[in-house]
Design a protein around this ligand. Sequence first.
Ligand code: 6CS
Length: 312
Amino acid sequence: DNWRYAMEEGLTDPQGLYATKFKEEIEANSDHTVQIYPVGSLGESADAMEQAQAGLLQFIDQSPGFTGALIPEAEAFLVPYVQPTDPEVVRKFFKESVAINEMFHDIYREQGLELLSVFPEGEMVVTTMEEFRTPEDLAGMKIRTMTSPLLLETYTAFGASPIAMPWGELIGGLKTKMVDGQENPTIWIEAYDLDNLTNVMTYTGHGQYTTAVMANADFYDALSDEDKALVQSASQAALDYILDVAVELDATGLAKIKETNPTYTINRLTEEERAPFKERAKAVEAAFIERAGERGAAILEQMKKDLVAAQQ
Ligand code: 6CS
């Protein structure tokens, strides 16, 4: 069969590297083919998700930054100052996390999705027109976020004026000054020239860009045992591959930005400067628990334990 696979990025971006590896594994070990639809080819993230849930697509890569609008528990990945940023910890955390590898499965299932892999794309960085070091400095800055509601709550708590929009509107939004800034991992900022549309990039340490690969659950259930095993082993191979690459992404993106845009201001908030943002993150965590309920709270607690384990 020909399987359709949609993602939110291009073929040379992290989601594209994962998808290409997945396709290679499937095609090398079966008669099936995988057709990859990169960013924009099937509409915005939310459009592709509708198609995946309806079974028009067999596979989809969508980030919790969008899926959180559908699955409140997925916003656990967005709670500020929970996700790891140290490359080695990141790798271990995503590979071994009980929350990620066990607890999310049934929750995605309720939305007709078989969760296959979750992987990181790098530390979240904020790009703005003006420098900021404190929540007060962010007052009045219009920051674009992805469409999960917790991201709006995060930037409101951080002192800014957030605006949610799909990816396809961001570059136009920055050009027309509808927004003054945005957050994304370094590799993406470099690849899509977001540094050339802003003046400053700030490492706040508050997040890790995470994404998830899923199959349509009815499609998956109807596969033979052999094909299920094929899909699982291709996912595992692609995950191992991307986890190896992922720990390099921040450094690669940053080196390229420094080379191509030498006058760009790059700030890294100190622990002291991060403290007021961490303080404000408590209200965001409360908002997460209010929406995601006991099950969401249990996942977040488990994530914190997984993080401690990954740091050892
Ligand atoms: O900001 C966004 O919307 C996009 N950022 C990344 C890193 N991947 C896809 C997503 O649509």
